[in-house]
Design a protein around this ligand. Structure first.
Ligand code: ATP
Ligand code: MG
Length: 359
């Protein structure tokens, strides 16, 4: 297809961009009727851009990040420049607060209330909020004595400025910057209704998103992630970090697939993370009076072989892997690969899906 037919075809493609701590991921989608069609996707480890090993969390400046983004755009042969970008939860804040049902007055009251929860001056964040569904109350009508749950989402302006410069320097144009939690939930919600936990196992951190009625109600970050498995394998077995990373990816938790103690070392890190998840579940259930029905695992850390059996033994509810590409049409021969790598692309697919909806 030449440039002009692509431009005027109406179905020109869009990109979802996920700049994580250990890797940058892109997903390019186009419209095919009412469905999304996969054009291309790709992932690049950031470790080497920070003189670190693959799989390690980094904190790179904008110039290096855009270098990596340009590299993966070229490698994946992405054609679109129109994108949506996911911003790390670590530079954001998501909270539910109960506000008096003041009707339209809330437009002024919520930012004032938000100050109490945001640990930096309110001028340093970009604030968005939405009223959560609640029986008998609405945003429009004031109801004395009644309270309304409000979801507050704030992104640190410094982080926004940084990501804007990364996107611009990469020749892209973003129509939105959204907190990665929202992207992940968009692509990876389970088929069934009910409250669930989406658990994003990243490199340096694990992120928990509690979703009820399709809406995120609270989020947690635990500063332990898949790189801790690698580091633990490296010190416990006396092997290099690169060897440990390879071992983690090839053997995982498959019984007998690696040297002695591998499963034990890997399990220890995960059991710590799962323990934190269990505590978070308990407090969420208590606070909201709902039961979590399911746990869904996303993020590169969820690609660990035989993660699900261990998770199944650790939680009382059913557990499964995210399958974000199931919402996207793709050639049959890549379907298997997409199912395998899918969890790692939950955020990028979610951002791309939102960008596609805007067309
Ligand atoms: N096949 C695999 N088996 C086990 N672990 C893997 C596999 N592939 C990637 N990982 C691990 O997943 C981690 C990266 O996950 P992900 O790509 O979700 O991180 P990120 O988005 O960069 O991090 P964060 O979301 O915390 O910023 C790395 O530590 C990497 O070692
Ligand atoms: Mg991530």
């Amino acid at each position: 297809m030449n440039f002009f037919t692509r431009l005027f075809a109406g179905g020109s493609s869009v990109l979802g961009v996920d700049i994580g701590s250990s890797a940058v991921k892109i997903v390019e989608l186009s419209k095919k009727g009412s469905r999304a069609k996969l054009e291309t996707y790709g992932e690049l480890s950031l470790g080497p851009y920070a003189a670190l090993q693959i799989g390690r969390a980094t904190s790179l400046e904008a110039a290096r990040l855009s270098e990596a983004l340009r590299d993966i755009l070229a490698e994946a042969k992405a054609r679109s420049t129109r994108c949506g970008v996911a911003v790390p939860l670590s530079s954001s804040l998501v909270r539910t607060v109960e506000m008096p049902a003041l009707g339209k007055e809330l437009v002024y009251a919520v930012p004032l209330e938000a100050r109490k929860y945001i640990p930096v001056p309110i001028g340093e964040v970009s604030l968005e909020w939405v009223a959560l569904p609640a029986e008998g109350v609405s945003l429009e009508t004031p109801l004395p004595g009644k309270r309304l749950p409000i979801l507050i989402a704030a992104i640190h302006n410094d982080a926004l400025t940084k990501f804007e410069s990364v996107i611009k320097a990469s020749g892209l144009e973003s129509s939105f910057y959204e907190i990665e939690a929202f992207s992940a939930v968009r692509s990876s919600a389970p088929a069934e209704k009910g409250a669930y936990l989406l658990c994003d196992l990243g490199a340096g951190a694990s992120k928990f998103y509690f979703v009820n009625g399709g809406i995120i109600q609270s989020t947690y970050i635990v500063s332990r992630g898949s790189q801790d498995i690698t580091l633990s394998l490296s010190t416990s077995l006396g092997i290099t970090v690169n060897e440990a990373e390879k071992l983690k990816r090839t053997a995982g938790l498959v019984r007998g697939a690696g040297p002695e103690h591998v499963e034990e070392i890997i399990s220890l890190v995960l059991i710590h993370i799962f323990g934190e998840a269990s505590k978070a579940i308990e407090s969420f259930e208590k606070k909201n009076g709902v039961k979590i029905q399911k746990i869904i695992f996303a993020g590169g850390g969820a690609l660990l072989k035989d993660l699900i059996p261990l998770a199944g033994r650790s939680f009382e509810v059913s557990v499964e892997l995210a399958n974000p590409f199931s919402r996207v049409e793709s050639p049959a021969f890549v379907a298997e690969v997409l199912r395998t790598v899918g969890p790692a692309f939950a955020v990028a697919v979610g951002a791309a899906l939102r960008r596609l909806e805007e067309d």
